[in-house]
Design a protein around this ligand. Sequence first.
Ligand SMILES: *Cc1c(COP(=O)(O)O)cnc(C)c1O
Length: 420
Amino acid sequence: MTPDPRADPASPGPALPGPIDPPARLLMGPGPISAYPSVLRAMSAPLVGQYDPFMTATMTETQALYRGVWATRNEATLLVDGTSRAGIEAAMVSLIRPGDRVLVPVFGRFGHLLAEIAERAMAQVHTIETAWGQVFPVSAIEEAIVRVRPALLALVQGDTSTTMNQPLDEIGAVCEKHGVLFYTDATASLGGNDFEADAWGVDAATAGLQKCLGGPSGSSPLTLSDRAVEVVQARKKVEAGIREPDDPSAPDFVRSNYFDLGMILDYWGPRRLNHHTEATSMLYAARECARLILLEGRQAVIARHRLAGDAMLAGVRGLGLAVFGDLAHRMSNVVAVEIPDGVPGDAARAALLNDFGIEIGTSFGPLHGRVWRIGTMGYNARKDAVLTTLAALEAVLRRFGVSVAAGGGVEAAADVYAGA
Ligand SMILES: *Cc1c(COP(=O)(O)O)cnc(C)c1O
């Protein structure tokens, strides 16, 4: 007798859903963005075993590719499995000893996230803040370092919540002078804005695929200087026969197993000690993202983002819209556009999505309801994506009663492309 499927509470019954079939979308928000087609193809490649020579060779190859993306010689360059936040958490819980002083300059939502994670790592957290839409002068950061004397400076590079890009080129030297480790969250900026891990003296940096790198979320590229590696290696949990305790009366070790970078380094390093099972399809995706960047040229990809960002900025201004923040320090890959008076921001975004298949972003905290965030990153840092978005935005604004110059956005953006 065949059992009645409806008698099994776990069975979806006759209404079994069909295969996944997402709508066509042009993702022009602050991330995630539409992935490069070849990244999606790479993810459908067959799986191999964890210690298959192909797997270990692919891991090694991917490390080398990311050294190119980060502009570093750091041996300790790898992927943390999980979204960008996994990389952030791995870096912070592995570098921060309980009781360490940590300085977090906050210029947007993600600075608050770094402070929150540092607090969970049992740091004494000190923050300095600047108004949303601004960045810190180096002098303000140095002054706070001298006052707080932190073990670690944790600083966001591009904060998509405000669209500001904190200059980092002089921060490493300041940190080195004062004996401070320098960690930066480059999730939203890497690949679309300048980043020079070695030349800037960065000790630890993390990212994600779903912004300028042009992949899906779920893998977090990370790089550590030799100085940072020393700190995490010294904090490995003592395991019989593997490492003797330095000081058995004061056991300090990373409290997370999954995010213990000492163990993750042993997995990616020559010893290949088992830790987690590397997320194979995400490894393929991350490898393809980096390969595409190096194939096009790291500087060429940054220039492509700058051009698309300039065109989008000119385009929204061409529609008569105002732009938020200190434009001298904007990220090249996302712009915050003030919502015109009388336009219901969320309804207009919904019209863009439902009628044109285009997604732009809302915003958080003090900017909620005030600005939309429009991204031009990764695969979508393209002329046709910029012009299509501006044409659709014009139509939606008109529908909501805003009088806009006909074609003003598309024309201004096309002029930027024509002049390039
Ligand atoms: C988008 C973004 C993240 C995202 O973290 P996820 O875990 O991938 O969602 C982190 N940091 C910054 C600065 C970002 O802009």
